[in-house]
Each structure stands twice: as structure tokens, then as C-alpha cells.
Design a protein around this ligand. Structure first.
Ligand code: TEU
Ligand code: CA
Length: 542
């Protein structure tokens, strides 16, 4: 069966501020992306996901939008955007945009207007009077703050589930959905091919009653995957998406397999795929700020649950909100290159559409900052201060930030060994990792045995093997050191075996070596440290 294009292609996520600066102001921009299209083409990228490029005061780096119909001047102009879409299309690269519609910026004209209780925009947001001098309910936000802000002028509070500069839209007001549909059509008419839909499963708030007592996100039962959200998604699909050749991937926080099935069920016509979080939570206790030791088997079991839950899903190990995978699930010291290749193998051999985050393909690592002053992310600052209020000691607070801050993924792309890693001729908006002389594109691009060379090879292999593109998934082993699974299509069975440890490990699987991350063509019965292999099994399922 022929798969839709968005199941056959590799997606590459660009965080525009950190990708490539073209004019020396230290901020990555659209021209910078245009200049790097050939690089992405040579890698085998078929779709680019652009993190937000709309006009924004950048409290949350573009996830706070002040004008959905305009480009952030720091990133370029509408003419640049048109050119990017056109030049990408010439290389057969499609572009999807980030759709942030749970909230806007507090600088958006809708919100500015809505501060006036008599304005027709009042009802675009969620305004409520307080209760006995206190906020309207006991909810807490995603960014470690209270989620109501009192407005002197009107004597009411507005709701924000993220930063206070990101007020939530009110989807009980049908006008809001109409506005969203117009925005979608505007960009789809420009030639983009879909959207990554930010926190899309929390749009609709059922009620504003107090939340049950819980440690984090008090109130979540009133807005997580409510029927109203499903109705909104169906309406967007019916009235807009179905009119275009496009796809949607939902970023769905706290999603369960059953919720995922509802969102992606082809019969219900809502989303095409989602980003689930369970596999990214296997190295934490309750919240991401409290890390526990990484256990490969636990990661594999979470992945397996989702491989079984949905017929097709979005696979990722990194994005702009997560620490770098090689520092987190691999070994960014002695086995840096080996473990980055192992993680590449995992990402590109699962069933589903693979999403690569910029820099992942060269094994970029977590930042090497030494103080909070170097960190920009609003979430990191909020959490640091909350932890201080909770009397968590300074050394531990800094460790929390080091291991988990979203800025780990946001340091500038390391292109070469020249000043600022070739990212910018000016002072970069966020520090470049000092390892850029060792870890950069130029150093890897002509070497087939580099991490980048291995990504290229895996992407080519995936394109040429139907079993990798569309075969069924079956977990075989989820151990403390070794993870293995099969992909099967008709009579072909591929076995993927991954050694997540620093020692040789025995494996029981036999077959022709299709690709080994070490470059070996025969493996005997042992995998080398952090080695990954793809075998074609001679005897059924190995
Ligand atoms: O993130 C939603 C989200 O809940 C988390 O992944 C978030 O980054 C945070 O770490 C929770 O602790 C999306 C975007 O990806 C993120 O960059 C935005 O800041 C957020 O929504 C608000 O738009
Ligand atoms: Ca710039």
C-alpha cells in the first residue's frame, strides 16, 4: 500500500533563533535557513518543521505570538518566508509551521483590547472575578507560577497556563475558532504543508472549578483532552485541513495511549499523529526536574507501548524543550560518537515518522554553562526561583537546571570551528557550547564514519527498505544493557539490536548485517560498546 508522503519523509526541526544567523545580529533568521537548505537536502530531509517565526515579543521565544499574520522582524520578512517556501519546494522539501493557539502573547492586539471589559475582544480570553480577594481557582501553571493574573483596570483575573505573558484563549467563544481557521488558511495558501500543533490537547477548558489536590498542574482534569478539544480538532480538519495536501502533528502533553488513539483515529478525523511524552519521562521522578538513572529497558518499554498503541506515530528523542539525547540516553564522553549513532539507529528504525532536531545529527551535547546568568529560558528561571522558595539548596537547584533546562537544546548550531561555531559573526543571543571546535558540521560532513555520515546512511537505508518504512514493530528484548526489536513486512524480518553499555554484550540474534554503527560487516555474537546493528534475519524472527 502506498503511504502518504508524510509517512515516507524525514522531518527536521529548526529552532530558527539558533540555527543560522545571516546578518551578524546574533540571532538565527530565515535567510540563514535559506542558505542552509542544500545541507538539509544532502542529509535527506523531506520536511522542515519551523518553530514559531511569527511576530512575538519573545518571552517564550516565539511561543508567545503577537501577530499570526506577520514574521518576527528579528527573523526576517514575509518576503524571506515566501522565498524559503519556494526554494525549499525546488528541493522537494516541504515546510510545516508551529501552530500555537492555546494562548497568544499579552502583546497581541486581541489581548490588548480585551483588557477593556466592554471590548468585543473581552471574550477572546478567560477573564473571571476573584474569590474573596483570591484568584478564581486553585490551578497551577506549566511554568511553575500561579496561573491567574489580576488586572487592576477591570478588577478581574485572566488565565494563563504558561507564562503570565501567554494568556489562554477562550474556546467557548466561537469567534476564536473562526480566527484560527483564517490563520490556518492564510499560511496553507502560502504553500506550507501542515502544522505542528502546540499543546493541542488542552485547548478547551470544561470548567474553571478548583482542581483536585496534586503536586503539579492542579486543575488539569478540567482541560486535558476534553470532548470540546476533540470537537475543535474535528472542525479544523473538516473546514480547513481537508481542503489541502497537508498533515498535522499534535504536541500532546500528559497524553495516554487511549487519548492518543482518539486523537489519531482516522475515522474521527482529528490529527495525523502526535508527540507523546512517556518515553521522555522514563528518566525522571514525577516531574522532569527530578532525574533518576537512565535505564534503556524502561525507555524501550515506553516506546513499545506507544508503538503498539497507534498505527502510526511521530518519533523523536529531542526537541527544543528537551535536553540533548546523547547527554541523556547516551554517553557524551568516551563513547560520544558511538552512542549518538546508536540513538540515530533507534530513531530511524521505529515505525512512524522520524523527527530529527537540529544538531542531533552531529551529536550536539547539553550546554556547558556555569551559572544561571547564562541561561535565558523563562521556564528555567521560574523553576529556579520556585525551588529557592521551597528551600532547595543552591547546588541542587543548579544541577536541576543543568540536567533539564530547555536551553540545553537551544545553544547555537555548531557549523564549523571558526568564531561562534559559524553560527554568527556577532555575539550569539545564547552561548555557544565550548566543544564546538570538536563537534561541528564541517568536521563531520565529508567523513562517512562520522555521526552525520551515519545519519545520512540511515536515512538512505530507510528510504530504500520498505520494511523499515512500513513494517510492523515487535519488541524482542528490553534489558538493562541491550534493547532489540524486529520490523517485519511480508517475508522480511529485520532485527535491530542496540547495546546501551560501555562493555561488549552478547546477543542471540543472527543474520546478515545490513548496517552496523561501528562499520563492521560481521558481528559474531557480541556487540561492541554502544554498537547498534540492523540484521536481516534468515530464520523468521531470529
Ligand atoms: O511545550 C509544552 C510543554 O508542556 C512542555 O514540553 C514545556 O516545554 C515545559 O517544559 C513543561 O514543563 C510547548 C512548546 O514546545 C514550548 O516550547 C512552549 O514553551 C510551550 O508549549 C508554550 O507554548
Ligand atoms: Ca540575524
Amino acid at each position: 500500500m502506498k503511504q502518504p508522503w508524510w509517512q515516507e519523509r524525514i522531518v527536521y526541526q529548526i529552532y530558527p533563533r539558533s540555527f543560522q544567523d545571516s546578518n551578524g545580529d546574533g540571532i538565527g533568521d530565515l535567510r540563514g535557513i535559506i542558505n542552509r537548505l542544500d545541507y538539509l537536502d544532502a542529509l535527506g530531509v523531506g520536511v522542515i518543521w519551523l518553530s514559531p517565526v511569527y511576530r512575538s515579543p519573545n518571552v517564550d521565544n516565539g511561543y508567545d505570538i503577537s501577530d499570526y499574520y506577520d514574521i518576527n522582524p528579528q527573523l526576517g520578512t514575509m518576503a524571506d518566508m515566501d522565498e524559503l517556501i519556494k526554494k525549499a519546494a525546488e528541493l522537494d522539501i516541504r515546510i510545516i509551521m508551529d501552530l500555537v493557539i492555546n494562548h497568544t502573547s499579552d502583546q497581541h492586539v486581541w489581548f490588548q483590547q480585551s483588557r477593556d471589559p466592554k471590548s468585543p475582544y473581552r471574550d477572546y480570553y478567560i477573564w473571571r472575578p476573584g474569590k474573596n480577594g483570591k484568584p478564581p481557582n486553585n490551578w497551577t501553571s506549566f511554568f511553575a507560577e500561579d496561573c491567574w493574573v489580576y488586572d487592576e483596570k477591570s478588577g478581574e483575573y485572566y488565565l494563563h497556563l504558561f507564562a503570565k505573558e501567554q494568556p489562554d484563549l477562550n474556546y467557548n467563544n466561537p469567534k476564536v475558532l473562526e480566527e484560527v481557521k483564517n490563520i490556518l488558511s492564510f499560511w496553507l495558501d502560502k504553500g506550507i504543508s501542515g502544522f505542528r500543533c502546540d499543546v493541542i490537547n488542552i485547548l478547551y477548558k470544561d470548567s474553571l472549578a478548583d482542581g483536585r489536590q496534586r503536586l503539579i498542574l492542579r486543575g488539569i482534569e478540567h482541560y486535558l483532552s476534553r470532548p470540546g478539544t476533540h470537537e475543535i480538532l474535528q472542525s479544523l480538519r473538516r473546514d480547513v485541513f481537508s481542503q489541502y495536501d497537508c498533515f498535522t502533528v499534535g504536541e500532546t502533553v500528559f497524553v495516554t495511549p487511549q487519548m492518543g488513539r482518539d486523537l489519531c483515529d482516522p475515522e474521527r478525523e482529528e490529527l495525523d499523529m502526535i508527540f507523546s511524552f512517556e518515553h521522555m519521562e522514563t528518566d525522571q521522578f514525577i516531574v522532569k526536574w527530578f532525574k533518576r538513572k537512565f535505564h534503556p529497558g524502561r525507555l524501550a518499554k515506553a516506546i513499545d507501548r506507544w508503538q503498539r498503541a497507534l498505527d502510526w506515530n511521530a518519533n523523536y528523542l529531542e526537541n527544543h524543550d528537551q535536553p540533548r539525547s546523547v547527554s541523556r540516553f547516551g554517553n557524551d564522553g568516551r563513547f560520544w560518537s558511538e552512542s549518538a549513532k546508536l540513538l540515530a539507529t533507534l530513531l530511524l528504525t521505529l515505525r512512524g515518522t522520524p523527527f530529527i532536531y537540529q544538531g542531533q545529527e552531529i551529536g550536539m551535547t547539553n550546554f556547558d554553562f556555569t551559572s544561571l546568568g547564562q541561561v535565558q529560558d523563562v521556564e528555567s528561571h521560574n523553576v529556579y526561583h520556585l525551588a529557592k522558595k521551597l528551600l532547595i539548596p543552591g547546588w541542587y537547584r543548579w544541577r536541576m537546571i543543568q540536567q533539564t533546562s530547555r536551553d540545553n537544546a537551544r545553544t547555537p548550531m555548531q557549523w564549523d570551528g571558526t568564531a561562534n561555531a559559524g553560527f554568527s559573526t556577532g555575539q550569539p543571543w545564547l552561548g555557544v557550547n565550548n566543544n564546538f571546535k570538536r563537534i561541528n558540521v564541517a568536521e563531520q560532513i565529508d567523513r562517512d564514519d562520522s555521526i552525520l555520515g551515519f545519519y545520512r546512511e540511515l536515512i538512505r537505508l530507510r528510504a530504500s527498505l520498505d520494511t523499515l518504512k512500513s513494517g510492523q514493530f515487535q519488541l524482542l528484548t528490553a534489558g538493562r544493557h541491550v534493547v532489540a526489536y524486529a520490523r517485519s513486512l511480508e517475508n522480511e524480518h529485520l532485527i535491530i539490536a542496540l547495546n546501551f553499555s560501555t562493555r561488549n554484550r552478547r546477543i542471540a540474534y543472527k543474520g546478515e548485517v545490513i548496517l552496523a554503527s561501528s562499520g563492521r560487516t560481521a558481528i559474531g555474537d557480541e556487540l561492541l560498546p554502544y554498537e547498534a546493528v540492523i540484521l536481516r534475519s534468515m530464520s523468521g524472527r531470529g
